[in-house]
Design a binder for this molecule. Structure first.
Ligand code: ZN
Length: 272
């Protein structure tokens, strides 16, 4: 007649291996959970001293510690990630050339760190060469002083490329109130980072506005210079010029061209 395992309740057949507990039987599967093998005399002996309550408690503890281990590992991974991020952040802060919103520009690393934030759980590092440009956004209105009312809302003036300043964006229009002053920064991977300087109605004769405009101008100039630097790096190919010079030198050595020819050509190639 089949008996049941005191732990899992499954039937233990006559020929099934089993453990004898102080108050019943335990199947080999439950024994395995405890790391006990029915082939081991000492394991069988160990089980024989345990009650079913002892075994259940043991299994619960082992099970818990198993899951606890996974949780701990995940926690460790998270902590390691955080430590890595903290050290990256520290490095960028120490080498920062410009800080704008969640972006830190580092001239020495030629990189831009997108910091973690409430809306951005994952940080990102851009290379300077990933920058493709920026677009200032200015929304504002002119105020008629006599009536003290806002009229002619001029908004959505956009400008890309070099030399972007608020005046150029607004086509020379002088706003007395600005509702939005911000900058879209574009990257090669088609991502855009938005830097907001002003997002509430702000008078243009205020300190806040002047500071914001100054910061925006500075960043636009910075980005333009980074973009043009990396463009120059790409178009100028010094290796080719060196190769050309070597060929010329060979021609000179072989007497095919004169020293004067060589000097002229060398000046041209090196842009002297
Ligand atoms: Zn069992």
């Amino acid at each position: 007649m089949a008996k049941n395992c005191a732990i899992c309740g499954n039937a233990i057949g006559l020929i099934d291996s089993r453990f004898k507990l102080t108050d019943g039987l335990m199947c080999s599967h439950c024994g395995k959970k405890l790391g006990l093998s029915t082939f081991s005399i000492s394991a069988v002996e160990q089980a024989s001293k345990m009650s079913s309550a002892d075994v259940k408690e043991q299994i619960n503890t082992v099970g818990l510690s198993f899951f606890q281990n996974i949780k701990d590992e995940k926690k460790k991974d998270k902590e390691a990630d955080l430590i890595r991020y903290e050290s990256i952040l520290k490095e960028f802060n120490n080498n920062s050339s410009v800080v704008a919103g969640n972006l830190i520009f580092s001239d020495s690393q030629k990189e831009i760190l997108l910091k973690k934030s409430l809306f951005n759980r994952v940080y990102k590092i851009y290379q300077y060469t990933d920058l493709t440009g920026c677009k200032p956004i200015v929304h504002g209105s002119e105020q008629k002083k006599h009536h003290g009312i806002t009229r002619a809302l001029v908004g959505g003036a956009l400008l890309g490329g070099a030399g972007a300043i608020v005046g150029a964006v607004t086509g020379g229009k002088k706003f007395s109130v600005i509702n939005e002053l911000s900058l879209d920064i574009f990257f090669r991977d088609n991502s855009t980072q938005h830097i907001s300087y002003i997002s509430t109605e702000t008078k243009t004769d205020s300190f806040t506005y002047r500071e914001s405009e100054k910061q925006l101008n500075f960043l636009v100039n910075k980005i333009n210079s980074i973009v043009s630097d990396s463009t120059v790096e790409k178009t100028v190919q010094p290796n080719n010029q060196v190769d050309n010079l070597r060929e010329l030198k060979m021609l000179l050595d072989d007497g095919i061209i004169t020293q004067a020819d060589f000097d002229t050509k060398k000046k041209q190639l090196l842009g002297l």
